[in-house]
Design a protein around this ligand. Sequence first.
Ligand SMILES: Nc1ncnc2c1ncn2[C@@H]1O[C@H](COP(=O)(O)OP(=O)(O)OP(=O)(O)O)[C@@H](O)[C@H]1O
Ligand SMILES: [Mg+2]
Length: 334
Amino acid sequence: MAADDRTDHLSKDPSPGRSQAAATGSTTSSRPLTPRPDLSTVSSEPGSTKPDPIVKGSDITRQFGGLKAVDVEHIEIQRGIITALIGPNGAGKTTLFNLLTGFDVPDSGEWSFNGNSLQGVAAYKVARLGMVRTFQLTKVLAKLTVIENMRLGAKDQKGERFFKAAFDFLWRRQEDDNTVRADDLLTRFKLDAKREDFAGSLSGGQRKLLEMARALMVDPELIMLDEPMAGVNPALKQSLLGHVKSLRDEGRTVLFVEHDMDMVRDISDWVIVMAQGRIVAEGTPDTVMADPAVIDAYLGAHHDTDLTEVDVAELEAEAEAELDAEADEQEKTH
Ligand SMILES: Nc1ncnc2c1ncn2[C@@H]1O[C@H](COP(=O)(O)OP(=O)(O)OP(=O)(O)O)[C@@H](O)[C@H]1O
Ligand SMILES: [Mg+2]
């Protein structure tokens, strides 16, 4: 669907889920929907400026020993769309996520969320500001139940503060609200039947869903997903794709890291390519994936496949075939 079609759709139909959310205080975003921007005018230069960036960063570097894992001159993430961050293993994608969300500290750089500097802001405060992330290796707590994991995702736990804990009823009311929201989210992510199960008993895909659901407990404006499809079986993939799209369609901004190129092509509005710590290309999915430099250098010949699941035997067979062909060629020329 073209960006214009979506804008049209959004302006005519400001999400039926939204009015429901207002009535129940439930799981969809409470922000007004803004029309999706026209990305056709955005430059494909790495680090290009965006019409309405929710995140802006400059000169962000992180070194591990002799290795510069992140070396980003400039980055802007457009509000209200799905941006994919792609690049080969070790490109620095997760490290950049860690830096932007306060889970790691850069050696240099400045960055902001909604115009507010996030330098030195702790991860839990970043989440309260409306910027949450999920992890490449899911961090659900295996020995807690699904609903307990969800409650842990809630922000502003009034019970945490002593003077408010003194007013027990206030605390209880918030816990009730959190439970209602958690149950709504579990239903939305089809995890309600697992409510009382230990998170450790869930499949890889269900854990990814739980992490996404838990991230939504804080009603974030920006949700950052680190490889949401990794380890998810094909049956769940389609439903996960739908969930990610629904986050955007209710007005949130999504930034996700993914090796699954089908997913990237299918759901992203904009793609940023990283390699060796730097942003090396940007653009719409079609432009980026058709860029010969990106294909050759960063996606390889297997750009149509899931890079984490490339069949090693198949690669070896291909390499052998290539060597054989080369040997044949040489025989012919001698
Ligand atoms: N805590 C750390 N200590 C030392 N080196 C690290 C650390 N974290 C990351 N690195 C290194 O930094 C580089 C970037 O790693 P990062 O995990 O950010 O890459 P990535 O793009 O997320 O890769 P993948 O697609 O495999 O998840 C890699 O070379 C990695 O080995
Ligand atoms: Mg990673």
